[in-house]
Design a protein around this ligand. Structure first.
Ligand code: LLP
Length: 432
C-alpha cells in the first residue's frame, strides 16, 4: 500500500491535506476520495517521459478504470487522449467536452449506434476488432459520406504474467485479430481496399496489472515482425503503434511495480531497436493506461458497523459497502490494504477480516488484516481503490452507488453525488 501515509496532529489519515474523518462526516460513507495531485503526477510521468525521449506519443487514459465528467476534465487538462469502449463512456467524454480528435473507440462488439455516434462526432480513431465491425463501418461511412482513421487490434499471442481473468492478449481471446492464424493479415488486406477507412497502424493489449516489461517487449517484436512482413508484401508503413495498457500498481506490499517512466523507457528502447533492424521510421507510440493513472490515487472510506469474533477461528468486522463498490476481491481475489482512518497513529494489535454488507458470503474485502483495536463507528480507509472500483460498482441488494470526492489544493469537491433511494427506483414501473 502507499505507506507514506499522511497523518495529521489528531492522528487521522489525510488525503491531499484534508482529514478523512471530516470527509466521512461531511459526505457519509462509503466514499471514494481521489487525490487529484496524484492523478496529475501519474499522467505526467507517462507524458513527460515520452517527451524527454523525443518520441511522438499519445497517452490515452483508459476511462473504463474510472469514468466521470470531472475525471475526464482532469485527463483533458493533462493533455491525455482517451480510450472509450462504449457509448456510455463516449457520451461521458462528450459531456466533459473532451477533444474529439483525441478519443479512441474500442470494443469487441461495437454496434451500429456506437459506431454512428463515433462517426457523427468525428472522434480521432476507431480500433477495429473484428470482421463484422469492418462491414458495419463501411456501410456507415458511405451513408454519412465520411472518412475515419483506424487501428487494427491484433492478438500477438503473448501471455503477460497476470491474473487469468484479466488476460486479453493471448490467441484464444474474444478481442482482436490473431496474427498467427492469418486473420490479422486478412483484415489488413480488407481494410486496404476501403477508400474511407485509413489504417494508421496496429494495436495490442497484452493484459493488466503487469509488473515487468518482458511481455511488452515480446509483443513489440511480434508486431514489428508483422509490420516488416506487410511492408515487404504491401509497402505498408505504420504511423502508429498502440501498445495498450496494463502497467501494474501497488495494492499491497506484495506488489512490486516499476516506476511508470521505466515502462515507457523500455517500450521506447525496444521500438527504436526494431525500427533500426527493419529500417522503418519510428511510429507514433500510443499507450492506454487506466489503472496506472488512477489506481493508487484514491482511498475508499467505510464506516465499521458490526463485529463478529469466532473464538479460535477468525474475527470479522463489517463495513457499510463491499462488493457493490469493490467487486475486485470477490471477482479476482484481489488484495488490498487498509487502516483505521481515525486511529492512524495507533499500533496494530487486532487481526480481523473485513466483510461487506451484501447478503453473500463471498462479499469479503480483506482477509486477516492487522488493525488497531476496532470499534463500531471507526472509519476504515482502503487504499488503491481508484481503478475498477466505482466503475465496476453495482446495485446488488439495491445499495445506492457511493459518492466520489476530489481533493486538490487542500480543498474537497464532490464530483459524483451519492445515489438516493429515489435514484434506485427511477426506472421501475408499476405493475398494478
Ligand atoms: N486498453 C485496453 C484495450 C484494455 O482492454 C484495457 C483494460 C486497458 C487499455 C487498460 O488497462 P489497465 O492499464 O487499466 O490495466 N477490471 C479488471 C481490469 C480489466 C482490464 C480490461 N482492459 C481489474 O479490475 O483488474
Amino acid at each position: 500500500m502507499n505507506k507514506q501515509l499522511e497523518i495529521n496532529e489528531k492522528g487521522h489519515l489525510t488525503v491531499g491535506g484534508v482529514d478523512t474523518t471530516y470527509l466521512a462526516d461531511k459526505y457519509s460513507t462509503p466514499l471514494f476520495v481521489y487525490d487529484v495531485t496524484k492523478i496529475r503526477e501519474n499522467a505526467r510521468a507517462f507524458v513527460e517521459t515520452f517527451a524527454s525521449l523525443g518520441v511522438k506519443a499519445q497517452v490515452a487514459y483508459a476511462s473504463k478504470a474510472f469514468s466521470s465528467i470531472a475525471m475526464l476534465q482532469v485527463a483533458k487538462q493533462e493533455n491525455l487522449s482517451l480510450d472509450v469502449v462504449s457509448q456510455g463512456e463516449l457520451y461521458t467524454a462528450l459531456q466533459a467536452e473532451f477533444p474529439v480528435e483525441k478519443i479512441h473507440l474500442h470494443g469487441n462488439n461495437k454496434n451500429r449506434e456506437e459506431l454512428e455516434m463515433a462517426i457523427q462526432h468525428n472522434i480521432g480513431c476507431i480500433v477495429i476488432d473484428n470482421f463484422h465491425e469492418i462491414d458495419l463501418l463501411t456501410d456507415i461511412l458511405a451513408n454519412y459520406e465520411k472518412e475515419v482513421d483506424v487501428l487494427l487490434r491484433v492478438t500477438p499471442g503473448i501471455e503477460a504474467h497476470t491474473h487469468d481473468y484479466i488476460l486479453t492478449g493471448n490467441e484464444d481471446s474474444k478481442f482482436g485479430f490473431d496474427i498467427a492464424n492469418g486473420q490479422a493479415e486478412k483484415a489488413f488486406r480488407l481494410l486496404n481496399q476501403k477508400d474511407r477507412i485509413h489504417l494508421k497502424g496496429l494495436h495490442c493489449h497484452i493484459g493488466s496489472q503487469i509488473f515487468e516489461t518482458d511481455g511488452f517487449i515480446m509483443a513489440i517484436r511480434r508486431l514489428f515482425d508483422t509490420l516488416a512482413d506487410w511492408k515487404r508484401k504491401y509497402q505498408f508503413e505504420a504511423n502508429v503503434l498502440n501498445l495498450g495498457g496494463g502497467f501494474g500498481i501497488r495494492y499491497t506490499n506484495e506488489d512490486d511495480p516499476l516506476p511508470l517512466n521505466e515502462y515507457v523507457r523500455a517500450l521506447v528502447t525496444e521500438i527504436k531497436k526494431q525500427v533500426t533492424i527493419h529500417q522503418m521510421d519510428v511510429p507514433e507510440i500510443w499507450i492506454e493506461p487506466g489503472r496506472a493513472i488512477v489506481g493508487n490515487t484514491a482511498v475508499t472510506l467505510y464506516s465499521v458497523g458490526s463485529k463478529k469474533e469466532i473464538p479460535e477461528v477468525r474475527n470479522y468486522i463489517a463495513v457499510d459497502g463491499g462488493m457493490t463498490d469493490n467487486i475486485r476481491p470477490a471477482l479476482y481475489q484481489a488484495k488490498y490494504d487498509a487502516i483505521l482512518a481515525n486511529k492512524a497513529d495507533q499500533p496494530n494489535t487486532y487481526t480481523t477480516s473485513v466483510a461487506g454488507k451484501c447478503c453473500e458470503s463471498g462479499d469479503m474485502l480483506m482477509w486477516d488484516l492487522l488493525l488497531p483495536s476496532v470499534e463500531s463507528g471507526d472509519i476504515l480507509a482502503v487504499f488503491s481503490t481508484g481503478a475498477y472500483g466505482y466503475s465496476m460498482s453495482s446495485h446488488y441488494n439495491r445499495f445506492p452507488k457511493a459518492a466520489v470526492v476530489f481533493i486538490e489544493n487542500d480543498k474537497d469537491t464532490l464530483v459524483i453525488r451519492r445515489e438516493t433511494y429515489q435514484d434506485l427506483v427511477r426506472n421501475d414501473l408499476s405493475y398494478e
